[in-house]
Write a protein that binds this ligand. Structure first.
Ligand SMILES: *Cc1c(COP(=O)(O)O)cnc(C)c1O
Length: 373
């Protein structure tokens, strides 16, 4: 049972599983009759795949994507048999047996990945399931048009590999007006025509909010499940993660006093400061030195000086004297400050802030107002 006050951790990450469920349902309803899978790579974007994936399975999700074999094996443990687990990066050389033995489905991205999977199928004398990724313009992962044609014309390929999904990935799904999206859709249609009857998938979160022709048979949302709008078209997603950290010490400094490493902040007048128990080792970006803020009941408390490994210092002069005491929590992610706000100030994207949130936070899973065991 998660505790309300955990004295062993200076920060607390609260993850609303109910909000993830609602976001899943919102996307699933939007793309129906296409099926909605869930991307839970990188430990469900840092929020805990072992908690998130079983909840989504119970909400009706039958297909899960991770990036690597190790993640897929751990996810199989969490989900048990019955769910389809696909590995976006495919399998590195030598991992094929492990992949097949755990009933996992590799996304085959190159002819050599295809060849290694076929070799195992021939060895075992049975067709092995796989997805095939086509490069429709992003130049990251997937087969080019010529390799797609080669495989489509190879009768032995369809005997050795049981093709479950034909997929591609959009480079600009977060920019609904970008003509690259239509161009990728057109190139993907050519590949689909080569594999009639095989279910197709192109949409990530951003693609799920593009017009219907992008939804195909299966959508693969990630970030939207975790409450971040992938584009201006996405409305109604609920925030999932809130982060708070404790005040460790409060002090007053005189004009001219420096703060933190390098004395990068010099007070221009008398200030009240609070040192807060969270730092870059917890995933709070050092780029927020002298730039970002934390919040207390709607009041912005600017970061003074550099973010340290385990702490940062904020100016609390705007608060009444007794408003904050040692041990109190201040808000880092929540109603006053979103992931997108923080990412913008740190010069990055919400994905990076979320996936970097560290291992020291007390993690509390809730479902609305209910604390989960
Ligand atoms: C990460 C990833 C997704 C999910 O992307 P979001 O933008 O988080 O929705 C979908 N498909 C592929 C191939 C990915 O790598």
């Amino acid at each position: 049972m998660a505790k309300h006050l955990c004295p062993t951790s200076s920060s607390r990450l609260t993850i609303d599983l109910g909000a993830i469920r609602d976001n899943y349902r919102l996307i699933a309803a939007r793309i129906a009759p296409a099926m909605c899978s869930a991307v839970v790579k990188a430990d469900a974007y840092g929020l805990g795949a072992a908690r998130v994936a079983p909840m989504l399975r119970d909400a009706g999700c039958g297909i899960f994507f991770v990036a690597q074999l190790g993640e897929a094996i751990a996810l199989r443990e969490a989900l048990g048999a019955g769910s389809e687990i696909l590995i976006l990066n495919g399998v590195d050389p030598g991992g094929e047996r492990l992949c097949a033995d755990h009933g996992l489905i590799p996304v085959l991205n190159s002819l050599s990945q295809v060849e290694r999977w076929r070799t195992l199928a021939r060895e075992r004398g049975t067709a092995l399931p796989a997805a095939l990724q086509v490069d429709s313009g992003m130049s990251r992962l997937g087969l080019d048009a010529r390799s797609v044609a080669t495989l489509a014309d190879d009768a032995a390929f369809t005997r050795e590999v049981s093709l479950r999904l034909l997929m591609t990935h959009l480079a600009c799904a977060d920019a609904p007006g970008n003509s690259a999206n239509e161009a990728q859709l057109a190139r993907f249609a050519l590949a689909r025509a080569r594999f009639p009857g095989v279910p197709a998938s192109i949409a990530n979160s951003g693609g799920s909010f593009l017009p219907e022709e992008f939804h195909c048979d299966v959508a693969r949302p990630g970030i939207a499940l975790y409450g971040v709008a992938p584009s201006a078209l996405a409305e109604g997603l609920r925030p999932v993660a809130t982060l708070a950290a404790r005040v460790i010490q409060i002090r007053e400094i005189e004009a001219g006093t420096g703060v933190g490493y390098g004395l990068d902040y010099i007070a221009s007048e008398r200030r009240r400061l609070a040192t807060v128990g969270i730092g870059y080792a917890d995933g709070w970006p050092r780029h927020l030195s002298n730039v970002g803020a934390v919040w207390h009941q709607g009041t912005r408390l600017p970061i003074t000086g550099r973010v340290s490994m385990d702490s940062l210092t904020v100016d609390i002069s705007a608060l009444p004297d007794e408003a904050l005491a040692e041990g109190d929590f201040v808000e880092l992610l929540g109603p006053s400050q979103t992931l997108d706000d923080v990412a913008g100030e740190a010069g990055t994207i919400a994905y990076e802030i979320l996936t970097q949130l560290g291992r020291r936070h007390e993690r509390r899973y809730v479902d609305g107002a209910q604390i989960c065991a």
